[in-house]
Ligand binder design. Structure first.
Ligand SMILES: [Ca+2]
Length: 202
C-alpha cells in the first residue's frame, strides 16, 4: 500500500514537472514583435477628392463654382494624360478680374467654403494638373473667411497637361480656403483639372 502510494506520488510529480515544463516552454517562446504601425511617410493631402475619382459632391463636400456669365460646366470626364477622372470646367464668359470666376470646395449644403487648418511655420505645397483648350491662366489663392488673401500665384496654362505647384509657409495658424480663379479668360476656353493637392509632410 505504501509502495503504491509512492508510485502514485511519483507519477503525479512527473506529470506536474511535465505540465510546468511545458508552461515554461510556452512562456519562453518569444512574443511576436508588434507589427509596425503605419506611420505615413508621404505628404498628407488635405483636399478631399482632389483627383475627382468620386462624384463632385462626396465626403460632405462639393466642388462648386460661380461668377462670370452663363451656365457653368462642371463635370467629371476621362481624358488622355489624366489619371482616371478629371474635372472639365468651362464658363461661357469669364468676366474681367481673376476672381470674377471662382472654383473651390464648399460644404455639400453650399453653406460655406471648406477651410483647411494650416499651422504656422509648416510648409504646405499646392499642386494641380491642368490644361486648357487655349493658352490661358489660373490664379491660385489661399484666403481666410474674411476673404483676406494670404497667398496667391498665377500660372500660365497651356493646351498640354502639366503639373503646377507652389509652396506656402503661413506666418500664423490660419483656416484658409483654396480658390481657383479663372476670371479674365477668353470666352469659350475650357479647362481640365486633376490631382489637386494642398499637402504637407508630417
Ligand atoms: Ca483623376
Amino acid at each position: 500500500m505504501k509502495r503504491n502510494l509512492s508510485v502514485i506520488l511519483l507519477v503525479a510529480l512527473a506529470l506536474l514537472v511535465m505540465v510546468f515544463g511545458a508552461a515554461c516552454l510556452r512562456r519562453a517562446t518569444p512574443a511576436p514583435s508588434p507589427s509596425p504601425t503605419s506611420t505615413p511617410t508621404g505628404p498628407i493631402n488635405l483636399v478631399k477628392n482632389g483627383d475627382f475619382e468620386k462624384e463632385l459632391d462626396s465626403d460632405g463636400e462639393v466642388w462648386n463654382s460661380w461668377g462670370g456669365t452663363g451656365t457653368h460646366t462642371r463635370e467629371r470626364v476621362t481624358m488622355a494624360d489624366f489619371s482616371g477622372y478629371c474635372l472639365h470646367f468651362a464658363v461661357p464668359s469669364y468676366g474681367t478680374n481673376p476672381w470674377d470666376v471662382q472654383l473651390t470646395k464648399q460644404k455639400s449644403d453650399y453653406t460655406g467654403h471648406i477651410f483647411y487648418s494650416l499651422t504656422a511655420g509648416k510648409e504646405y505645397t499646392i499642386k494641380f494638373k491642368a490644361k486648357a483648350t487655349q493658352n490661358s491662366s489660373i490664379q491660385i489663392v489661399l484666403q481666410d473667411s474674411n476673404n483676406n488673401w494670404k497667398n496667391n500665384q498665377t500660372f500660365a496654362i497651356t493646351t498640354s497637361v502639366a503639373t503646377y505647384s507652389l509652396t506656402y509657409t503661413p506666418d500664423a495658424d490660419y483656416y484658409l480656403a483654396l480658390m481657383f480663379n479663372f476670371g479674365g479668360s477668353a470666352d469659350g476656353i475650357e479647362f481640365y483639372l486633376d490631382d489637386i493637392e494642398l499637402s504637407y509632410q508630417p
